[in-house]
Unconditional design. Structure first.
Length: 627
C-alpha cells in the first residue's frame, strides 16, 4: 500500500504521537513501521475517528446560530458576519471583553498561530493554568535547573520500573510492548493505582492505595531509603530540611492513609531497595490536586536517594517537554488579561472591569472537561454572553453556545507538526484526502476571514506556516524517516538536585484516612479506553445507559443498591445521574466514573491550585439511589 499512501501522524492528545500511512483510495490506515516508538500499529481510537470523519458521520457542516432558544443552520456568510459583529462590538469597548478559550483537542504545534487572532484585535482574555499536567510539571522544574529527557527505551536498561498511577495499557499503549520486552529481560515492573485496570496485567507487583495517599507514602519511602544506608545525597541541596520532615511521617500513619497492608508496604520498600537503576513513570491523575507538585518532587527525591538519577535506565519521568521545539519569540504576547483554565465558568460569571461579553471556545470542551462544569453551563445560558464554539462536531459545549462554527479536524488541515509528550520525535501531519471546495474550512482560514471582515489584514494562516517552518529548522534535529525528526532534548540533568521542603510538605494529608460516613466517597474520574478526553467512539447520549458509577461490591450491597440501579451522585457543586455497578478490587470509600461524560464534572468544585492548575482529583460525592 506504500506508494500511494499519505504519511502523517496522529494529533490526538495522547503521549504516543503515532506515525501512520493512510491510503485515500481504500481508507485503510496502518502504523508506520519506520516509527521507532509506535511501530506497526495505531490504536482503535484513531481508526474509528478516521473512518467516522471520512464518512462525515456526526460532523458539523454548516454554522449553527441560536434562534428562539434553538440552534439552527445558517449560511457561512451569515454565521461569520454575526460572529464578526459581536467581536467588533466587544473589541471597540475593550478587547479583554472577548474570552479566547482553547484546549487540547489536537496537539499540532502550529495551533499556536491562532493566538495571533487575539493580538491582531488588541489582546483578548486568554486562559492560563492546566487541566492536565501543569502542577506536577511545575514541581519537577524545581528539582533541577535543566531536566534530562528519559527516552522510553531506557526501561530496557532499568532493573526496576514503577508505573505510579500511570495506566499505560489504556493511555499510553505503545509503552506496553516496550515494558513486555523489558520484563522478558528480567526487569521487574511495579504498579501503584487506586483501582484495577488493564495495566495490572503488565505488572509483576501491584499496590492498590487510597486516592491522594501518594504523597505521605512517598515521603515515608524516602525515609526508609535514608535509613537503609544505601542512599547518596552528593550534589544536592536542602537535604537536611527534607530529612527532618520525612522523619515526621510514621509507618502507622502511612498504613492508615494508604490502606496498604504491612506486608505490601514492606514489599514496596524491598522493591525499591533492590539492585540497579530504577525508573519511575508517573501518571497525570495523581498530580491533579494541591500538593501534586510536591508528590512529583517526592518521587524525584526517591529516585535521587537511590542513586538512579542521571544513569541509563534510571530516572523520574512524567510528561516530556512538548513545548520545547517552539521558539519562545515566535508568537509572543497575545493577551490582555488571563483567566484560569480549570474554572473558566466561574471566571466568566464573576469577571468585571471588564466583563466577558463574547466567549470563544476552540479545541476545548469545558462543559465535560473543566471543573465546576455546572457554573459554566449556567453562564452559557445567561443573556449577557454571546458564546461561540469552533469544533468539527457538536460537543457538549457547542450544544450550549450561541453560535457554532464548523472547522476541519486535523486529517483535513494543511501541513502541520506534532511533538510527543512521551518520546522525542517531531512529525509532519499531512492532509489525508482532498477536500476540494469541501464544506468545512480550516480554522486558520475562518480566523483570517473574520480579520478581513473586521478591516484587518489576514495573519493567521501565514503565521501557522511560519511556525511549521521554524519548528522544522530548530537546531539539532536529526531526520529519522520521511517526515519524522528526533528533537535534541537534554541528555543530562544540569545543576544540583534540590530536595522539596518547607511547610507545604506537612499538608493536611492525615485527614485522608478518616472514615467519611457510609454514603460519602472519593470520586475518581480516569480517562477512557474508547476515547480521548471528551471525545469517544461511542458517546453516552445522556439517556438511560450511563454514565456508570462503580463502587466496591461490599459497599454497594451495604447501601442496598443492586447492579444496574439508577440514581445520583451529589456534591455541594452539582449532581449527576448515573447507573451503579460493582467493581471488584476497587478500594472502599472510592467511587469511579469515567471522565469525559456530560454531568460528571458538575460534581467537582471550582477550587484550583495557587498556580491556577487543576484539582480535578480532589472531589467527594454522596451516593443516592433512585427513589
Ligand atoms: N485511551 C485514552 N488515552 C489517553 C487519554 C484518554 O482520554 N483516553 N487522554 C490522554 C491525556 S490528555 C492524558 S493527560 C493521559 C492521562 O494518562 P494517565 O495518567 O495514565 O490516566 P488517568 O486516567 O488520568 O490516571 C491514571 C491512573 O491513575 C489512577 N489514580 C487516580 N487517582 C489516583 C491517586 O490518587 N493515586 C494513585 N496512585 N492513582 C490514582 C487512576 O485510577 C488511573 O488508572 O492519557 C492520554 N491518553
Ligand atoms: N473529571 C475529569 N476531567 C478531566 C480529566 C480527568 O481525568 N477527569 N482530564 C483532564 C485532562 S488530562 C485534559 S488534557 C483535559 C482536556 O480537555 P479539553 O482540551 O477541553 O478537551 P478535549 O476533549 O481534548 O478536546 C476538546 C474539543 O476539541 C475538539 N477538536 C478536536 N480537534 C479540533 C480541531 O482541530 N479544531 C477545533 N476547533 N476543535 C477540535 C474536540 O472535538 C473536542 O470537542 O480534560 C481534563 N478534564
Ligand atoms: S490516539 Fe494515541 S495511540 Fe491512538 S493512534 Fe493516536 S497517538 Fe497513537
Ligand atoms: Mo491531559
Amino acid at each position: 500500500m506504500e506508494p500511494k499512501c499519505v504519511l502523517s501522524a496522529c494529533a490526538f492528545d495522547c503521549p504516543d504521537a503515532c506515525g501512520f500511512a493512510f491510503d485515500p483510495a481504500s481508507g485503510e490506515v496502518r502504523g508506520r513501521v519506520d516509527h521507532p516508538y509506535t511501530g506497526g500499529f495505531v490504536c482503535h481510537k484513531l481508526r474509528g475517528f478516521l473512518s467516522q470523519v471520512g464518512k462525515r458521520e456526526g460532523r458539523l457542516t454548516k454554522p449553527l446560530l441560536r434562534d428562539g432558544g434553538v440552534l439552527r443552520e445558517v449560511s457561512w456568510d451569515r454565521g461569520l458576519s454575526v460572529f464578526a459583529s459581536k467581536l467588533s462590538e466587544a473589541v471597540r469597548k475593550d478587547p479583554r471583553r472577548v474570552l479566547w478559550a482553547t484546549g487540547s483537542g489536537n496537539l499540532r504545534l502550529d495551533n499556536r498561530a491562532f493566538d495571533l487572532f487575539s493580538r491582531a484585535l488588541g489582546g483578548f482574555t486568554g486562559l492560563k493554568g492546566s487541566l492536565c499536567g501543569g502542577e506536577g510539571g511545575a514541581g519537577l522544574a524545581e528539582s533541577y535547573r535543566v531536566r534530562r529527557h528519559v527516552p522510553p527505551e531506557e526501561v530496557l536498561r532499568s532493573r526496576r520500573v514503577i508505573l505510579w498511577g500511570r495506566n499505560v495499557a489504556e493511555t499510553n499503549v505503545h509503552f506496553v510492548p516496550l515494558l513486555a520486552k523489558a520484563r522478558s529481560l528480567g526487569v521487574r515492573v511495579g504498579y501503584v493505582d487506586v483501582r484495577p485496570t488493564r495495566t495490572d496485567g503488565m505488572a509483576d507487583v501491584k499496590w492498590t492505595v487510597r486516592p491522594g495517599a501518594d504523597l505521605p507514602l512517598v515521603l515515608y519511602l524516602c525515609g526508609r531509603i535514608m535509613e537503609s544506608g544505601v542512599c547518596s545525597v552528593e550534589g544536592s541541596e536542602g537535604f537536611e530540611e527534607f530529612a527532618s520532615l520525612v522523619r515526621g511521617v510514621s509507618r502507622d500513619q502511612v498504613l492508615g492513609v494508604s490502606g496498604l497492608s504491612e506486608e505490601a508496604l514492606e514489599d514496596m520498600v524491598r522493591f525499591l531497595l533492590g539492585d540497579g537503576p530504577l525508573s519511575v513513570w508517573a501518571g497525570w491523575a495523581v498530580q491533579r490536586r494541591v500538593g501534586g507538585d510536591l508528590l512529583m518532587r517526592g518521587l524525584d527525591a526517591m529516585v535521587f536517594l537511590l542513586g538512579s538519577q542521571d544513569v541509563p535506565g534510571g530516572g523520574m519521568v512524567f510528561s516530556a517537554d512538548d513545548e520545547a521545539p517552539v521558539p519562545s519569540d515566535l508568537v509572543g504576547d497575545c493577551f490582555g488579561r488571563w483567566a484560569p483554565r480549570p474554572s473558566v465558568g466561574r471566571f466568566i460569571g464573576d469577571a468585571k472591569e471588564p466583563p466577558v461579553e463574547v466567549a470563544v471556545f476552540s479545541r476545548c470542551n469545558p462543559v465535560t472537561q473543566s471543573q465546576d462544569a455546572g457554573t459554566l453551563e449556567e453562564v452559557l445560558k445567561g443573556e449577557g454572553l454571546f458564546s461561540v464554539c469552533l469544533d468539527w462536531r457538536l460537543s457538549a459545549t457547542a450544544r450550549r453556545c450561541s453560535l457554532v462554527i464548523p472547522v476541519a479536524p486535523f486529517p483535513e488541515q494543511p501541513k502541520g507538526v506534532v511533538f510527543s509528550y512521551w518520546h522525542d520525535l517531531i512529525q509532519l501531519v499531512n492532509p489525508l484526502w482532498e477536500v476540494s471546495g469541501g464544506p468545512v474550512p480550516y480554522e486558520g482560514e475562518v480566523l483570517d476571514r473574520l480579520l478581513v471582515l473586521l478591516g484587518e489584514r489576514p495573519a493567521v494562516v501565514s503565521a501557522a506556516e511560519r511556525v511549521v517552518r521554524s519548528v522544522l529548522s530548530a537546531p539539532g534535529l536529526v531526520e529519522v524517516a520521511e517526515g519524522i525528526w528526533r528533537f535534541p532534548h537534554p541528555r543530562r540533568h544540569q545543576g544540583v538536585f534540590r530536595f522539596p521542603g518547607g511547610k507545604d510538605l506537612t499538608l493536611r494529608f492525615w485527614e485522608l484516612g478518616v472514615p467519611k460516613g457510609i454514603d460519602l466517597f472519593e470520586l475518581i474520574t480516569p480517562h477512557r479506553h474508547d476515547g480521548v478526553n471528551g471525545w469517544a467512539l461511542s458517546e453516552w447520549a445522556g439517556g438511560g445507559d450511563g454514565p456508570w458509577a462503580c463502587l466496591s461490591p461490599g459497599e454497594l450491597r451495604a447501601l442496598g443498591i443492586a447492579q444496574g440501579d439508577e440514581g445520583w451522585l451529589e456534591s455541594p457543586f452539582g449532581r449527576a445521574r448515573v447507573r451503579f455497578s460493582s467493581l471488584d478490587g476497587l478500594a472502599n470509600g472510592v467511587c469511579m466514573v469515567f471522565s469525559g461524560q456530560e454531568g460528571v464534572n458538575r460534581l467537582i468544585g471550582p477550587n484550583i491550585t495557587p498556580r491556577w492548575n487543576t484539582r480535578l482529583s480532589e472531589a467527594m460525592v454522596r451516593v443516592r439511589r433512585e427513589g
